[in-house]
Design a protein around this ligand. Sequence first.
Ligand code: ARG
Length: 429
Amino acid sequence: MSPERPDGPRIASYEADPSQVGRVLLLYSGGLDTSVMLKWIQELYGAEIVTLTVDLGQPGEDWDVVTGKADQLGAAETVIVDAREQFAREHVLPAIKANALYGGGYPLFTALGRPLIAKLAVEVAREHGCDTIAHGCTGKGNDQVRIEGMIATLDPELKVIAPVRDWRMGREEEIAYAREHGIPLKGGTEVSPYSIDDNLWGRSSEGRTIEDLSQPPPDDVFQLVTPPERAEAEPQLLRVGFEQGCPVSLDGEQLGLVELIERAAEIGARHGVGIVDQIEDRIVGLKVRDLYEAPAAAIIMSAHRELEKLVSTIHQNNFKGALEGHWAYLCYAGLWLEPLRADLDAYMDSVNRFVSGEVTVKLYRGSVTPVARTSPYALYDQSLASFGESGGDFSQHASPGFIELFTLQSRLANRIRRAAPGKDGGAGQ
Ligand code: ARG
């Protein structure tokens, strides 16, 4: 492989002019793409590289090994940031309050992580005198939109290079390049066939055999969640406690947010919960199939939604769903700093002031079912709800009057339409 500098036209103001690249901040995961990039940028641009590795709670990573590898591949400096707490508080928690799911099933973990990674990249680039940020996103995905959009929003001076979008190497060629340049491959020669991304809140797999929509998920995809048919035979009840919309305890034990999410993920994974097989509309127009494993999100969001239903009014519950859809879309689309998101957060926080209490979920072979709930703010009076009772704020004798007035417009409309000439009446418009 003899690398060439990208010669395509530069369209956006933030795209780096190859002759102007000085010192590069590389977003480094230790995987194949970013390791090849680390050599490729040095070779092509003659630039000094500072690597930034962000810990968002990706399970099973040894960060010393990752930064050691960056050192070995010639990085001038290696920076690692433990951003788990910030990720949980400032990114995952707002998503919990917004019950955020994209496309009906994706709890947005990658989309939630990217703006934080980009923000840290801007900060570290400034601190370390870098003029350019390099990332490993392809030209077909959402992540390039999220990362570049965030960088350009935060600092219009910084330039960006996206080698994977420019180089004409396929996976096999990248592996060959790695071999030629002495880049150690994670797991020896066994590079995962899928494109994986993960953090505290979940794990996604895309690509290769997953792209064959006519086939069920390949067996080797699920590395986090035990497939439901092999999950524990006994159901488990888990009590999730919330204060103002924030999960604070599991089975009565108070836990910090990061630890709570990790614990929920581990329990959920054993019970096969949180697997999603979804066709997704990417921001860039493509449809793609994603396989998600998000056990913590499945448990926490199902409990949260349940508690919210109990303490909010019918009007709040009906209204919030539409706003949740907007929130999820803005997050998915990488518009993290769009002012509308802050507006929506203000509403989510307001509703969540009373989302305190406990929800018990039953975990059993792939399902999460709320089975019990308590809250000091429940809009619920057991004596009124029980059959045959009447009194206090609720009189069954008032019901017929209510029904008559409540149905007034529908009754009138039907009567008038039935009488209209040439119309067959009934429920027609
Ligand atoms: N489809 C998801 C999203 O757009 C997951 C992307 C995972 N990223 C990756 N590089 N594999 O957020």
